[in-house]
Ligand binder design. Structure first.
Ligand code: FES
Length: 245
């Protein structure tokens, strides 16, 4: 079987090229290892657990984000690095931006709370805790593609995880920090939900964060802008919404 791999080397300032390799393995990670061991030792990719746990092997196959260790290949598949991150070499991208996104969303445990929590409390945050930081969601996100300051799917899912964590005594800082460039910037397109290998639904998490925010008195800025636009338009037409009938 033949597969095609996008190649790039930041150090050499080369243009991205596509190389075709003949392989005998059908598992993508095993095929990449086969190529490295038998035909091109310079091929660069990431892997760790080899069993879908560490998230380090995420790439795109025919434009869709997948874990290489969990993907079965077919003839002529095109393997590319994740989108929306700087490519360092071949299938390896720079993921250092993650730390900043977590910091900006305040999505971490600050105080070492001694509070005991129940099994039901754990269930509340169980799904979001399964994130393996593979970055597939950021690669698929059309908002992140045009705005690298957008907190994005993983940071917002993580924000919900800590906002719902009973050990977090006051989640006000988390909810406050996801208003700007966060929950209201999401277009709810579901691209992140579609590619998450852990079955996490960041779109649903973002909707839940929007509900929590409204309950805490925050407003959807898009809705406020829409309202003022309507007011302006109607007054412009000689209609005073406060005049009564
Ligand atoms: Fe760990 Fe694929 S190598 S998830």
């Amino acid at each position: 079987m033949n597969i095609n791999i996008k190649r790039f080397n930041k150090q050499n300032h080369e243009n991205q090229i596509t190389s075709t390799f003949s392989i005998s393995k059908t598992n993508l990670l095993q095929a990449l290892t086969e190529i490295k061991n038998t035909s091109d030792a310079s091929l660069t990719f990431r892997c760790g657990c080899k069993s879908g746990v560490c998230g380090s092997c995420a790439v795109r196959v025919n434009g869709v984000e997948v874990l290489a260790c969990k993907t079965v290949l077919i003839e002529n598949d095109l393997i590319e690095p994740l989108k929306n991150r700087e490519v360092i070499k071949d299938l390896v991208v720079d993921v250092s931006h993650e730390t900043l996104l977590i910091k900006n969303s305040n999505a971490f445990l600050k105080d070492n709370s001694e509070l005991e929590i129940s099994q039901n409390d754990v269930k509340l945050i169980d799904t979001q805790s399964n994130c393996i930081l593979c970055n597939a969601c950021y690669s698929s996100c059309p908002v992140y593609e045009v705005n690298k300051e957008f907190l994005g799917p993983f940071a917002l899912t993580r924000a919900l995880r800590y906002a719902n964590d009973k050990k977090v005594l006051d989640n006000a800082a988390i909810i406050d920090s996801i208003q700007d460039k966060g929950i209201w910037d999401c277009t709810l397109c579901s691209a992140c939900t579609f590619v998450c290998p852990q079955g996490i639904d960041p779109k649903a998490d973002i909707l839940q964060l929007q509900n929590i925010s409204v309950q805490k008195g925050y407003e959807n800025p898009n809705f406020s802008n829409f309202n003022s636009g309507m007011d302006f338009g109607m007054q412009d037409m000689g209609f005073d919404p406060n005049a009564g009938f």
